[in-house]
Design a protein around this ligand. Structure first.
Ligand code: UD1
Ligand code: CA
Length: 467
């Protein structure tokens, strides 16, 4: 059986009061319509169509080639939106899912149960419904004596009796494809909002003698349609707990789920512990047996196993196994730490490879550098990589020792096993196993401290007198 899907995403979302089109508002870091497409993708539909209108170009840019697009140039209602897929789908045999772009919590398991029920009962339509204590704002599901769905009535068209119905339409449906398009052609806009309602298809099918079923979900989260910022924050909270719960089920310890923020595509290995205040974003991947936190923000970064990171920020960084980072380290794009590296407090690393077992323990800036293995970079060392116009590279070979508070003025190279003496400003290449000293030689003046104190004191006394 062929499966097709239509995601409705053309509305502006006036109730969001936003410059950003509604379906692009992120929930846990991903635009709502992206979440919807994640769920739909699990159906392995032969065609996935997204109906775009408001913000069409932006929606297309965000979703890219994950779907085909049809344009609804005027937003005349959800029925009119679905009808825009007619040229692509109307002649096909199969089952068509219609899902709203503003229901980010819809789950793939649920879509699959819907299609099972739909097929086993030979239905023309199956609606995903839920029982809400407060159903206000949603379409109400009316059932006949046999339990089949006879109609869906929108909030604004409800009689007081209908408004008391608690079972709501979540906005996800599967249909017999040909029956859907035949019925859509008959939908009129004689209702309170003067719109062509997709929900009217239900009554049309039922009245012509077809079977219309409801699959009532008990996961109320997935029924949420985000129309305003209040619902957006509810969806955010629900999605966040759902993601964290899944990591816990997979073997991750989360010490304080209420203070942990993990975006949907983040991966974390078993026996990793997340301490409070972790914000893990984008395509971040963390291995097993790590201790992350407290207060670590990671974006699009990769970390091996057995890594310990505290109070630090990682952006597009990649980190090997058994590495120790922080507290208060900043790894910027292109930071690549090999296994067993140590990056300590107040260290910034940008576009730099740090070889196995090397250490940058305190107060350093290492940028545009290639650092070998077993290198020790002393406290306060910096690579001076920028002259205001050009970025230059610093190379530090295996086993070199860079003494504290040295400046390495790039482009410059420190050879294997070389030794840079503390406080040096290095502008020329240091050869293999050489020692470089680049600072003023020290002079000690015997007993001179007393003299200096007396001189300074005399000056202070003189100043006082003259005032
Ligand atoms: C819709 C349902 C309602 C259901 C609710 C669930 C209808 C008539 N009503 O109401 O029964 O309880 O969803 O959340 O279907 N859209 C378009 N083009 C349009 C209009 C809307 O693409 O012309 C898209 C929107 O971008 C949105 C989705 O369709 O993603 C739903 O539209 P919305 O206006 O939010 O419908 P609701 O009033 O929430
Ligand atoms: Ca909605």
């Amino acid at each position: 059986m062929n499966i097709f899907s239509i995601v409705l995403a053309a509305g502006q979302g006036k109730r969001m009061k936003s410059k950003l089109y509604k379906v692009l508002h992120p929930v846990c870091g991903k635009p709502m319509v992206g979440h919807v497409l994640d769920a739909v993708e699990s159906l392995q539909a032969a065609r996935k169509i997204v109906v775009v209108g408001h913000g069409a170009e932006m929606v297309k840019e965000v979703l890219g080639d994950r779907a085909e697009y049809v344009l609804q140039s005027e937003q005349l209602g959800t029925g009119h939106a679905a009808l825009q897929a007619k040229d692509l789908l109307a002649s096909e045999d199969g089952i068509t899912f219609v899902v709203c772009g503003d229901t980010p919590l819809i789950r793939e398991e649920t879509l699959r149960s819907m299609v099972e029920l739909h097929q086993s009962r030979g239905a023309a339509a199956t609606v995903l419904t839920a029982e809400f204590a407060n159903p206000h704002g949603y379409g109400r599901v009316l059932r006949d004596a046999s339990g089949q769905v006879s109609a869906i009535v929108e909030q604004k068209d409800c009689s007081p009796e209908q408004a008391a119905v608690r079972e709501i339409n979540t906005g996800s449906y599967c249909f017999d494809n040909k029956k859907l398009f035949a019925a859509l052609a008959q939908v009129k806009n004689d209702n309170a909002q003067k719109e062509y309602y997709l929900t009217d298809v239900i009554k049309i099918l039922k009245d012509q003698g077809d079977t219309v079923l409801a699959h009532c979900t008990d996961d109320l989260a997935e029924a949420i349609g985000v129309n305003d910022r209040v619902a957006l924050s509810e969806a955010e909270g629900l999605m966040r707990s759902r993601i964290i719960r899944q990591h816990m089920v997979n073997g991750v310890t989360v010490i304080d789920p209420g203070n942990t923020y993990i975006e949907k595509d983040v991966q974390i290995g078993a026996d990793t512990v997340l301490l409070p205040g972790c914000i893990l974003k984008g395509t971040t991947v963390i291995g097993g047996d790590c201790i992350i936190g407290p207060f670590v923000e990671m974006t699009d970064s990769t970390v091996g196993s057995g890594v310990h990171i505290k109070q630090s920020v990682l952006l597009e960084a990649s980190v090997g196994n058994s590495v120790s980072i922080g507290p208060f380290a900043y790894l910027r794009p292109g930071a690549k730490l090999a296994d067993s590296v140590k990056v300590g407090d107040f260290v910034e690393i940008k576009n730099a490879v740090i070889g196995e077992g090397s250490k940058v323990p305190h107060l350093s800036y290492v940028g545009d550098a290639i650092v070998g293995s077993g290198v020790n970079i002393g406290c306060g060392v910096i690579t001076a990589n920028y002259d205001g116009f050009n970025k230059s590279t610093t190379e530090i070979e295996d086993g070199a020792f860079i003494g504290s508070n040295s400046n390495l003025i790039a482009p410059v190279k420190i050879g294997k096993g070389a030794y840079v003496v503390a406080g040096s400003t290095i502008t020329q290449e240091v050869g293999e196993n050489d020692v470089a000293i680049a600072r003023e030689r020290q002079v000690n003046k015997k007993g001179y401290a007393e003299k200096i104190r007396n001189r300074f004191k005399a000056k202070k006394d003189q100043d006082k007198e003259s005032h």
